[in-house]
Write a new protein. Sequence first.
Length: 102
Amino acid sequence: MTGIIARTFGRPDILYLPAVGAPRNVAGVFREAPTEAIDQDGHPILIVAPTWRVERDLVPDIRRGDRIQPGNGRTYAVLNHDPSGSPADDAFLICELERIFE
């Protein structure tokens, strides 16, 4: 289901720039506006930093400091990442981001 959501509400061409490995385009949902999420305990939380929701299996080795370019002319670094509160095998990974000024 996350793949359908990513293709419908997201972008198919977010450039993922891992610290280790080759850059590649990954489908995901990028948001700069605050967004609500569900934590691992099922509680709603508000994330005020930019976020990237991506299928876990597309970025299995994601880590703090990896970067993305969502197509808006800006670059963002991954601050942290957590699985969504969904128990589904294909649930989103929610990455909290920080804009990089280069």
